[in-house]
Design a protein around this ligand. Structure first.
Ligand SMILES: *Cc1c(COP(=O)(O)O)cnc(C)c1O
Length: 361
């Protein structure tokens, strides 16, 4: 038996890690370099610095990031960026535009509203979070130079399969979709992602920001949240989350050996198509999101009754299909299919769903 045989983790985050990465971690924990754990090694040591450099180089290569952007590794998760963006970029603006397509863009909007007046250009609440409402530049505040959006709404299962069409600079929360698609850095001014979905474990947050936007932070911005200071200090202003950065490195190496971004993108399409096909061919399971904006990462679905949903989650767990309960804000069920989810896991889920349907309809 290898680690975790037959068990598949469909959690939305912290999420599953590739088995080979877990094996590497296990091997390295007591002895990473010269008889010490990576957790004990100085963040200023040569071995850690070369790891951090490799992480930055890998990200730059995998995402094809141009030289006028800097790559920051920060603490505090995605939610900390809701504030950091407000303090570093928004506070000097008179207004910033938002597309609200689900829970995360809504929360980001609320936090940003502390720093700047926020204009909602489109809100998916009006259609019950089943589609991205129509919008155009005429719905945007003209005084704004930014449009904020959440690339993939992890809870509602809505994804921008192409970036929003606008003349404004885009700011994107890519926490649950990073490393599954190309990013157009002509259009984007900043993208960020905390690590525990597609980049490893909680603790480190990747921020990719246009260099020309640095240096405008509010004077009271805590130094640890200041993009310019973070950039100048090579993300080592204070002790970085060394273990999370170490795991990020393993993930990036794993992505590279498995075909890079194109392969991740293909796999994301294949995994999600398998599940959506199953759902679409059934009257028992339902996903309400419009086909053209369905998330490839998080597939929310419902069954005919809450009682059947509870039974479903319980029986799935008995078979090693873990964490299929939906988010408490929307109920139902949800399968998260990040890069580390093997296709065999989705195949096993689909088979289980077919069996459960025939036994319970
Ligand atoms: C999980 C998630 C967050 C919150 O991330 P934290 O690191 O817990 O702050 C924010 N945005 C999106 C899109 C997410 O999926």
């Amino acid at each position: 038996m290898t680690l975790h045989e037959g068990i598949y983790n469909f959690s939305s985050g912290p999420a599953c890690l590739p088995l080979s990465v877990l094996e590497d971690i296990k091997k390295d924990i007591p002895d990473w370099h010269s008889g010490m754990s990576v957790m004990e090694v100085s963040h200023r040591s040569e071995s850690f610095l070369s790891l951090k450099n490799r992480v930055e180089t890998s990200i730059k290569q995998l995402l094809n990031i141009p030289d006028d952007f800097c790559i920051l590794l920060m603490h505090g998760g995605a939610r900390m960026q809701f504030s950091a963006i407000g303090l570093n970029l928004f506070y000097q603006e008179s207004v910033v535009n938002f597309l609200i397509t689900g829970h995360w863009s809504h929360d980001a909007f609320q936090e940003a509203s502390k720093y700047v007046s926020c204009h909602v250009a489109a809100h998916a609440e009006q259609n019950g979070y089943t589609m991205i409402p129509p919008y155009s530049d005429s719905d945007m505040s003209e005084q704004s130079k930014f449009l904020y959006y959440t690339d993939n709404e992890t809870i509602h299962g809505i994804e921008f399969l192409a970036p929003p069409r606008t003349r404004l600079g885009l700011i994107a929360d890519m926490t649950s979709s990073i490393l599954t698609k190309k990013i157009d850095f002509e259009q984007h001014d900043l993208i960020y992602a905390s690590a525990q979905k597609n980049l490893g474990i909680a603790g480190v947050t990747l921020v990719i920001v246009r260099k020309s936007l640095l240096g405008q932070a509010h004077p009271l911005t805590p130094s640890v949240l200041n993009y310019k200071i973070t950039a100048e200090k090579g993300s080592l202003y204070n002790t970085p989350p060394v273990f999370a950065i170490y795991v990020l490195d393993l993930i990036l190496e794993w992505v590279k050996t498995n075909g890079g971004l194109p392969a991740c993108s293909d796999m994301a399409n294949r995994r999600s198509n398998m599940l959506y096909n199953m759902i679409d061919n059934s009257h028992f399971y339902q996903n309400k999101v419009s086909v053209e904006v369905r998330s490839r990462m998080n597939v929310p679905f419902s069954l005919p009754s809450p009682a059947l949903e509870s039974k479903f989650v319980l029986e799935a767990e008995q078979q090693g299909l873990m964490f299929l309960k939906g988010h408490r804000a929307v109920g139902g069920c949800r399968a998260s299919l990040y890069n580390a989810m093997p296709e065999a896991g989705v195949a096993k889920l689909v088979t289980f769903m077919q069996q459960f349907e025939s036994q319970n309809k």
